[in-house]
Design a protein around this ligand. Sequence first.
Ligand code: CA
Length: 225
Amino acid sequence: MRILIVEDDETLGSAMTQSLAHAGYAADLTAKIADALHLLSVENFDALVLDLGLPDGDGYDVVRYLRKQGKALPVLILTARDAVEDRVQGLDLGADDYVVKPVAMAELQARLRALIRRSSGASSPRVDLGRLALDMPGKRAYLAGLALDLSAREWSVLEYLATHSRRIVSKEQLIQAITAMDQELSENAIEAYVHRVRSKIEGSGVVIRTIRGLGYMLEEPENAH
Ligand code: CA
């Protein structure tokens, strides 16, 4: 999952970036609204963490831009303590949730997890697909009750395909979903990750199809019950 953080406080920004990267997200940090709008127009993100007081304007402008474009990207606003009007205005504009500064990293992660879960349509932290069970907060996958040995990248590939099941996911989308701006990942590398995930989930009934020229699609078994 890929997160864009817009925060001009360097210390807080890098703390959040590191904390999210450590938790297995691909996190990008920018301090300016102009850069954020550019990134949002050319890259795919799964959630946005947004400070309000930014050097080139108001964080609300980013929320307005997104909603005007009809983009449903979940937005988590960072707000100063007791700024009730900020929260209300943010939620009215279409932000999804907020975290009060000083930001506790555990809370930031928990709220992001909940937002991403809601936006992908899954209400439960546990996702069952065939004989596979995905523990979303724990970032672990189980096959018939046994924990699978997945690397962080393999987990990210499986997580992304599972939350977009029965939809075609392009290699480019997968690359964007699991890598930050400062990282490089080739299509060959993605193919290798998918290959490994496929062999690890063999026997689960869940299939990752290759859709020639388009990408991949995760499918659950027909008769799951
Ligand atoms: Ca600020």
